[in-house]
Ligand binder design. Structure first.
Ligand code: SAM
Length: 274
């Protein structure tokens, strides 16, 4: 058996070009330019490995204990021709600006789909988010879609970046498992007009309780933006407008919470019991 490959020399300078590249990916403009994003932590790198997601670089704490899962991830990255970058803990921490830095920071290709890639298969639930603004909400929704077995998430109009560090962090690895589609509002409207099942909009003016609606399969769930909610044009596309009842003084639910309730209600027959 061939001896394991030696690690590259440890990078100790913030002026190193690769270190500067990883840090630049904190900015959306550079993420778009390079079609790349950063995911931090061994857990996320492990999910990327499971999904064999295209990996460009793995930076890691040169002082981290070896012989465990870190080596599994590094072996995978090496086999995928990714660059391995052993760095100091200080540099690793600066790559994600987190108080408790992880042992690994990976750089991955961005991958999104278009509406032409979406097939409304029987049993599928797709989640469309109109102008979602908050990366934490978006990441949480991607994670929930994954947990509940939804087919994917469609970003309609100008949305926050699903590949920002905050959004990726909130997905807890589901960014590598859930297809993400981007569409402008006009294309989405034309595409949705041919959807064969229910198009369920969630609206504070909805008159049907979300637990009482009959969801026709496949289901397209449409959620409004954190600020203004669903636009009139998108609400008009929906076959059903449902509301989640509220009893207290809150005038609405958080978008990610409302989406989670909806996905679990729509997928209740498919999910069965634990
Ligand atoms: C924070 S709310 C937006 C509130 C906004 N001011 C409005 O009037 O719709 C974000 C999205 O979550 C969903 N949502 C929140 N609470 C809801 C509820 N009680 N019933 C149905 N949908 C809800 C809707 O999709 C809404 O567009």
């Amino acid at each position: 058996m061939a001896p394991p490959e030696p690690d590259p020399p440890v990078v100790t300078s913030f002026r190193n070009e690769q270190v500067k590249f990883v840090r630049s990916l904190a900015v959306g403009k550079f993420r778009r330019e390079h079609g790349a994003f950063v995911a931090e932590g061994l857990k996320l790198a492990g999910t990327a490995r499971e999904m064999d997601w295209p990996v460009r670089m793995v930076a890691y704490d040169a002082a981290a204990p070896r012989g465990g899962f870190l080596d599994v991830v590094l072996d995978w990255a090496r086999a995928r021709d990714a660059r391995l970058l052993p760095v100091t803990a200080e540099i690793l921490g600066a790559m994600t600006a987190k108080d408790n830095p992880q042992t690994v920071v990976g750089v991955f290709d961005q991958r999104t789909l278009t509406l032409a890639d979406v097939t409304p298969r029987p049993g599928a639930t797709w989640v469309a988010l109109e102008q979602v603004r908050d990366p934490g909400n978006l990441g949480t929704i991607v994670r929930t879609a994954d947990a509940a077995g939804a087919a994917g998430v469609i970003l309609v109009g100008t949305c926050c970046d699903p590949f920002s560090i905050e959004a990726v962090r909130a997905t807890m690895g589901s960014i590598f498992a859930v297809p993400i589609v981007r569409a402008d509002a006009v294309a989405f409207a034309a595409w949705a007009a041919r959807w064969p099942g229910s198009i369920v909009g969630t609206h504070l003016a909805g008159t049907v309780d979300y637990r009482a609606a009959a969801y026709r399969d496949p289901t397209l769930l449409v959620m409004g933006s954190e600020g203004p909610g669903l636009t009139d044009a998108t609400a008009a596309l929906c076959t059903d407008l449902v509301k989640i009842p509220m009893a207290g003084r809150a005038d609405s639910l958080n978008l990610a919470i409302a989406t989670a309730l909806m996905i679990y209600e729509i997928r209740r027959p498919a999910l069965g019991r634990v």
